[in-house]
Ligand binder design. Structure first.
Ligand code: ZN
Length: 297
């Protein structure tokens, strides 16, 4: 069986693994995200201690240049993350290994991983959205990861504010976009304390959060027409939030989209990830496999 290298490049850590499936990893390492030079050289050093590898997949925080015809393909685009704007990601791996390198966003990677081994199995068109310190989303359309102009930026969807919530949002670009209203840091700022300490405000917090997320999910149903949406990330562990988000999504759609999958309160449509925190590293394996088969888009 072909052995791949997989990198899940996050804003705080890079997870690196070797294997052919998330249940069959031969080695895993976690490297703190510091400068691009230091972080990538440690990742390359880890991969080079194992092998032989047949391909490497990198699922990386963005925004990224994914345009194969671009002179800066394989690099990070302008990002608020200090030191990472313009950082080349694919080139150092290519120079070190001379192997096919798959490259995509962390969320497209997670979608591919869930599609192969998790909650997206057997589906051609589905989305993966994660709600944590930020909100990101990607997906697969007819079996291929979503690209286009750059790549989806689902976290910055514009949605109506809850009429009873005065919180202005905290996105530095948009204020009250989805991420500005509903990511973990927005919740913390909105309520001035951690979710665990919300006490009697928990129901209200879940209602505001589900309002934002439910409208966003409804808009994704209307624009992308996915067969399923996988909704994960640390914030989704708040008790009752996934159910409340389903209800808000169905209510926002107003009965207009007539699809059996949306029946039963959309319980089988808007679902939690099945791979937990392994969907990203699983995605890196799929990206490697796609690259070794010549599928770079
Ligand atoms: Zn925004």
């Amino acid at each position: 069986m072909a052995i791949h290298g997989s990198i899940e490049g996050g804003g705080t850590k890079f997870v690196c693994a070797i294997g052919s499936s998330p249940d069959d990893l031969q080695a895993v390492a976690t490297i703190p995200t510091t400068t691009p030079e230091e972080t990538l050289s440690r990742a390359i050093s880890f991969l080079s201690r194992h092998g032989p590898l047949d391909a490497i997949g990198v699922a990386m925080f963005g925004p990224l240049d994914l345009d194969r015809s671009s002179a800066t393909y394989g690099s990070v685009r302008a990002t608020p993350k200090p030191g990472w704007s313009g950082a080349e990601i694919v080139a150092p791996f290519q120079e070190a290994f001379g192997l096919p390198i798959g490259f995509d966003t962390d969320v497209n990677g997670a979608a591919l991983g869930e599609g192969r081994w998790g909650a997206g199995r057997g589906l051609g068109t589905f989305l993966y959205v994660t709600v944590g310190t930020g909100i990101g989303g990607g997906g697969v359309i007819d079996g291929r990861p979503m690209h286009g102009l750059i790549h989806p930026e689902i976290g910055h969807l514009r949605i109506p504010r809850h009429p009873e919530d005065p919180f202005p949002g905290r996105c530095s670009f948009h204020g009250d976009c989805l991420e500005g209203l509903a990511a973990g840091p927005a919740l913390a700022e909105r309520w001035g304390r951690p979710v665990e300490d919300l006490g009697e405000d928990l129901d209200q917090a879940v209602a505001f959060e589900a309002h934002a997320l439910g409208y966003a999910m409804a808009n994704l149903v209307l624009t992308v027409s996915p067969e399923r949406i996988i909704l994960g990330g640390g914030v989704m562990h708040i008790p009752g939030l996934l159910d409340a988000t389903r209800r808000q999504m169905v209510e926002s759609l107003g009965g207009y989209v007539d699809a059996p999958a949306l029946g039963d309160g959309a319980a089988g449509f808007l679902v939690a990830p099945e791979l937990g925190d392994r969907s990203g590293i699983a995605g890196g394996l799929v990206l490697a496999e796609r690259a070794s088969s010549g599928l770079n888009r």
